[in-house]
Ligand binder design. Structure first.
Ligand code: ATP
Length: 237
């Protein structure tokens, strides 16, 4: 049987004043899948993530684990296992790697996060080597690992990743996307927003193409990767 949807969005509308940034977006994210949203600059990808997380008010329906979460405050969404890694990563540049990580566990009890910290270091040995270094001195790829590591401290069920490859060299992008793929194998469900269409389709189960606030195309990622229309506009011919 098809896996059930951990997240389902129906007819979502988000406005900035008079500007409508999302005009009726619907999508579903099956449990245990990686679903990517691809689209150009300004298509509304960040707006979509922020609306799903509850950082922006929106109209329409958002179901998480089968329950409506419209109107549920951010902290309650985090407590239920939703976690956003924002595009700008939002690290504390003048704090150490380890302090950034332990802040990610603010909603969990101290005796629990010790173990999570060990898990993160086992997963990202690089962060352990640099645990006393200030976050602002890390490379772009290391900062993205730290942002993902911090998110994992809250033991998310649904990880929302906003352009994790932004500004990173191709080899580092591959590392980051391998981490995402590994998370799926551990049961984390991922909604991934990317401008890097080819790389994100390669690791995704399903994908949505967003254009000026609307879903233009959607389907299994492998099919979209072969779609001539998409190939021309997003995959460089
Ligand atoms: P990017 O890849 O550049 O982040 P995006 O696909 O994430 O692009 P959004 O940032 O969601 O797109 O922007 C969608 C639309 O909403 C754009 O037209 C943008 O100009 C507009 N917009 C975004 N943030 C605001 C804001 N704070 N106030 C007004 N308009 C905004």
């Amino acid at each position: 049987p098809a896996p059930s949807n951990l997240l389902e969005v129906r007819d979502l509308h988000t406005r900035y004043g008079r500007v409508e940034a999302l005009s009726g977006v619907s999508l579903h994210v099956p449990q245990g899948h990686i679903v990517s949203v691809i689209g150009a600059n300004g298509a509304g990808k960040t707006t979509l993530m922020n609306s799903i997380m509850g950082l922006l008010p929106s109209q329409g329906e958002i179901f998480y684990g089968g329950e409506s979460i419209q109107g549920v405050p951010l902290e309650a969404r985090v407590a239920r296992g939703m976690c956003l890694v924002p595009e700008r990563r939002d690290l504390f540049a003048s704090m150490t790697v380890q302090d950034n990580l332990t802040l990610g566990a603010y909603s969990r009890r101290r005796d629990h996060w010790k173990k999570e910290l060990d898990d993160i270091y086992a997963r990202f040995p690089r962060l352990q080597e640099r645990r006393t270094q200030l976050a602002g001195t890390l490379s772009g790829g290391e900062q993205q690992m730290l942002a993902i590591g911090r998110a994992l401290m809250s033991k998310p069920k649904l990880l929302l990743l906003d352009e994790p490859s932004l500004g990173l060299a191709p080899l580092i992008v591959r590392d980051i996307l391998n981490i995402v793929r590994h998370l799926r194998s551990e049961g984390v469900t991922v909604l991934l927003v990317e401008q890097n269409a080819r790389a994100s389709l390669a690791i995704s189960d399903e994908a949505y193409v967003l254009e000026t606030g609307e879903v233009k195309m959607s389907g299994p990622a492998a099919e979209l990767a072969r779609n001539p229309e998409l190939t021309a506009s997003y995959l460089g011919g």
